[in-house]
Design a protein around this ligand. Structure first.
Ligand code: F6R
Length: 650
């Protein structure tokens, strides 16, 4: 949700910033803008454009900018429409200070009233603009205070130059003014601030949304996420909440909001910047679908023993007795991560025999959850930044629970207050529609459930070994399946891309997969789609069925599992109810399941697997189907309208 890239060095800044913004465009694409400092100019030059990055690129071709320091922003609109005026960077009254911002200033109306009364003129509908004026006001007040004390001491000669800008010159440096300003803000912010009076300097501050710094050779970078700067340096500093950074040609300094100096500790990022490139695929989403075998493998790597069946998750930061004494698990997550959570409930309850509650993170606080210090909180979030999930975590902690995060981004916000984090090693996910993060989350949940079951004595060694081995086979099965079903999914997309609505049905652990399949389709193709528990159809939704309605049914089964067989038989009856009413069924079934093939128009077959691992396989055709339908409809697959990758507002 909004991407920031800043640079101080000796290179031409515009290409550096544009390249960085391109890699962060997944964070928002409602508008973009850039501010560049040019030597000898009293103000910073700003260019902005509504819409995607290509629009600002065109503006910059028509009206080029040159300089060696600057800051850029790509926006996901919260306050104010996605117009040019509301595009960042925003300026103060003098035009000397510019600000880019990711987050929300909750008290902006109150501050706006105060600053308006002090004579500031606002030209945008955004909350961000108040930050520029607030910094201006703080610098102005410091200057006037100095002027009046200088007057009283020396009766005359003020100690500042009246010839610049609006008749005053700051007497405190930009970082001091930003420090005072951030203390007045409530809400969440990642900020980048520049002043034309202090060339070659960027101030960055973090309270909530992420800020990373890049340490190069005589050049320094700031960004919202590592891919924005990884092409220039692998030495990355993750700014913590409540910290500020001052980037100059002399290096990087970090302080807290009180001004106390803090050590600068770069971490070497080992993943390849190519992981954040399309690598020959038409879209990031398609690349990320194909990366799932690797992502699942990496998420399992070093955490399982095929010899003993044991699962190692020391990174959870919990003692075995915490797990042994746990009375229940509360999971909170949003969107796709919530679907993973729901699948996780089936896995944990089945393997560890512990009750699991799953909440939409955005709803958790509002249902008045009951305090139980022995209930373990589990937060699932790809980005680790989702505001609702962070709020649910705070609530769980306030209720006395320990929390564990399942997260894909190292050092993300959610990991800060968690007892520990099970990282999914999916690598950067750029497509806004989540794919490999989802399957990695289910993998992590499977590991978590196995570990919990082992600690609680719910699995024999032989059972553990069998499950761990089956898990380790999943990546190869997906590889094989991808090769086999890709063309079929593309072909099916041709037949179904004009549908107005879709239904996705599943029972048991396959119901969350139906929900996820429907979400994928609606978010990237804009076709209305609903996921439904197959057995609920007769209680209402059957009325929707006619010959125009495609119904995707998860009709897989694990022949070795009696519960799975029973579920399958019931699902088969539901399929018959649909076909009897002329609904067009696309069934996802395991290889060799002949009975379903005789019943329905289309079958996509997936490899056999144990019931609890089938979701990892059956989501793949649903992702491909959604992808190809969206492509056929000419939709912007990687950057669907009105969405952003990480949602840092509640
Ligand atoms: C959909 C999607 C979203 C996210 C949701 C939570 O494809 O990606 O529904 O799953 O916004 O995001 P995280 O997992 O970052 O908390």
């Amino acid at each position: 949700m909004c991407g920031i890239v800043g640079y101080v060095g000796s290179k031409e800044v515009v290409p550096v910033i544009l390249e960085g913004l391109r890699r962060l465009e997944y964070r928002g694409y409602d508008s973009a803008g850039i501010a560049v400092g040019t030597e000898g100019q009293a103000t910073l030059s700003v260019r902005r454009a509504p819409g995607k990055l290509r629009n600002i690129e065109q503006v910059l071709r028509d009206h080029p900018l040159h300089g060696t320091y600057g800051i850029g922003h790509t926006r996901w609109a919260t306050h104010g429409r996605p117009t040019e005026e509301n595009a960042h960077p925003h300026r103060d009254c003098t035009g000397r200070i510019v600000v880019v911002h990711n987050g929300i200033v909750e008290n902006y109306l109150e501050l706006k009233r105060e600053l308006t009364a002090q004579g500031h003129v606002f030209v945008t509908e955004t909350d961000t603009e108040i930050i520029a004026h607030l910094i201006e006001q703080i610098q102005k007040e410091s200057s006037l205070q100095k002027e009046s004390s200088a007057h009283s001491e020396t009766a005359g000669a003020p100690s500042f130059d009246r010839s610049v800008g609006q008749g005053w010159v700051p007497t405190i440096p930009l970082e001091a003014a930003v420090r005072q300003a951030v203390k007045r803000l409530t809400g969440a912010f990642a900020l980048g601030v520049l002043s034309s009076l202090e060339p070659d300097k960027i101030i960055a501050a973090r309270f909530g949304p992420p800020v990373v710094l890049g340490i190069g050779e005589g050049e320094y970078f700031v960004a919202s996420d590592v891919p924005g700067i990884l092409h220039h340096t692998r030495n990355i500093v993750f700014l913590n909440d409540g910290e500020m950074a001052i980037l100059t040609l002399g290096g990087v300094q970090i302080t807290d909001f009180e001004g106390k100096s803090l050590p600068v500790k770069p971490q070497r990022i080992l993943w390849d910047p190519i992981q954040a490139e399309k690598g020959g695929y038409k879209h990031f989403m398609l690349k990320e679908i194909w990366e799932q075998p690797r992502a699942i493998r990496d998420t399992t790597l070093g955490r399982i023993s095929l010899d003993s069946g044991q699962v190692f998750l020391a990174e959870m930061g919990l003692k075995p007795e915490d797990l042994a004494q746990a009375t229940s698990i509360n999971i909170a997550a949003c969107g796709t991560s919530w679907h993973a959570a729901l699948a996780g409930k089936y896995i944990i309850e089945r393997l560890a025999r512990l009750p699991v509650e799953v909440d939409y993170a955005s709803e958790y606080r509002y249902r008045g959850p009951i305090a139980d210090p022995n209930a373990l909180g589990l937060l699932i979030t790809q980005s680790g930044e989702t505001a609702d999930t962070l709020a649910a975590q705070r609530e769980m902690i306030a209720l006395g629970s320990k929390t564990v995060a399942i997260c894909n981004v190292v050092g993300a916000m959610i990991t800060r207050d968690a007892s520990g984090t099970i990282y999914t090693h999916a690598g950067p996910e750029i497509g806004v529609a989540s794919t490999k993060a989802f399957t990695s989350q289910i993998t992590a949940l499977f590991l978590f459930a196995l570990h919990l079951a082992q600690v609680r004595g719910q699995l024999t060694t032989a059972e553990s070994m069998a499950l761990v081995e089956e898990l380790s086979r999943i990546p190869t099965k997906i590889e094989e399946m991808l090769k086999r079903i890709s063309a079929q999914c593309e072909e099916l997309a041709r037949s179904f891309s004009h549908a107005r609505d879709f239904l996705y049905l599943g029972r048991g652990i396959h119901f969350p997969i139906a929900l996820e399949g429907a979400l994928k389709l609606k978010e990237i193709s804009y076709i209305h789609a609903e996921g439904y528990p197959a057995g609920e159809m007769k209680h209402g939704p059957n009325a929707l069925i006619d010959e125009t309605l495609p119904v995707v049914v998860l009709a897989t089964q694990d022949h070795t599992d009696s519960g799975s067989r029973l579920r399958y038989e019931k699902t088969l009856s539901n399929v018959q109810e649909v076909t009897a009413r002329s609904g067009r069924v696309i069934a996802i079934a395991v290889e060799g399941q002949e009975d379903i093939a005789q019943l329905v128009e289309h079958v996509i077959s997936i490899p056999k697997a144990p019931e609890l691992l089938l979701p990892l396989l059956e989501i793949v055709p649903l992702q491909l189907l959604a992808y190809h339908i969206a492509v056929r409809r000419g939709c912007d697959v990687d950057q669907p309208r009105n969405l952003a990758k990480s949602v840092t507002v509640e």
